[in-house]
Design a protein around this ligand. Structure first.
Ligand SMILES: C[S@@+](CC[C@H](N)C(=O)[O-])C[C@H]1O[C@@H](n2cnc3c(N)ncnc32)[C@H](O)[C@@H]1O
Length: 228
């Protein structure tokens, strides 16, 4: 996060977060900040669209009753954060102003680590939608976000859901890429601010990546030309 974001968080009276597993929440709590989390709502089975609508309504109502709040999201609030634009629309309808202060996205880290310049062409996909068709241009690098997201009803974080995501991923990628094509699973480290990378080969992704996939993983699929 930037120093500007840190100062805003430290000066805030009330902070709401979507995801209390975000490491920043723990740090805020250690510094005596009270953080309200929407996390338990994810366990209710309410469809995500309705859930984000509900979160935005709570934030607006809270502002109208008690004054300004901070809604803190990881990284850039407009990178895979659907509640942000919803909140801005609702706030404008309610006559409230919103100041958006961006943090550093995982995209920034990925661009630097892999010297990946989107100017050369880049596909950014959401596994939740992409797994339904699996189309990719093999001549362009791809970043598949949310590869550890629960897409099956019976998804359990104990491993069965992750395994079925990886089997699906492997199957879909094998339609476009040759067996043995290298891909990279990028995941934040639990111990520090580093990003962990584990490579895998198409054809054996479930076995290789099963114990590394998390809710916060992204898959980098290099284009064919990187290995020619
Ligand atoms: C809800 S989005 C939040 C992204 C965030 N707004 C950002 O700008 O980085 C969560 C997804 O971002 C990706 N992600 C977040 N942190 C990551 C990291 N350190 N390394 C790789 N991918 C990450 C994963 O695909 C994860 O499922």
């Amino acid at each position: 996060m930037t120093l500007e974001v840190r100062d805003i968080l430290m000066q805030a009276d009330r902070i709401f977060v979507r995801d209390s597993l975000w490491e920043v929440c723990q740090k805020l709590a250690q510094r005596g900040k009270r953080v309200h989390s929407f996390q338990p709502l994810y366990q209710t089975g309410i469809p995500l669209g309705t859930l984000y609508d509900f979160m935005a309504n709570i934030l607006i109502e809270s502002c109208l009753r008690y004054g300004p709040v901070v809604y803190a999201l990881p990284g850039n609030p407009f990178v895979f954060e659907y509640s942000a634009s919803l909140l801005l629309n609702k706030a404008s309808q309610a006559g409230l102003s919103v100041k958006v202060v961006e943090g550093m996205s995982c995209l920034d880290t990925i661009f630097c680590t892999y010297q990946l310049d989107p100017g050369g062409g880049l596909q950014i996909l959401n596994f939740i939608d992409w797994h339904q068709h699996g189309r990719l241009d093999p001549e362009m690098p791809s970043l598949i976000f949310q590869v550890g997201a629960p897409i099956e009803r019976e998804f359990s974080q104990s491993g069965a859901g992750y395994l079925s995501n990886l089997e699906r991923l492997d199957h879909l990628l094998a339609k476009t890429f040759p067996q043995g094509h290298t891909v990279y699973l990028l995941t934040p480290s639990e111990e520090d601010n580093q990003q962990l990378t584990v490579s895998g080969l198409i054809g054996s992704l479930p076995k290789k990546l099963q114990h590394h996939l998390t809710l916060y993983s992204t898959l980098l699929v290099p284009p064919l030309r990187w290995f020619q």
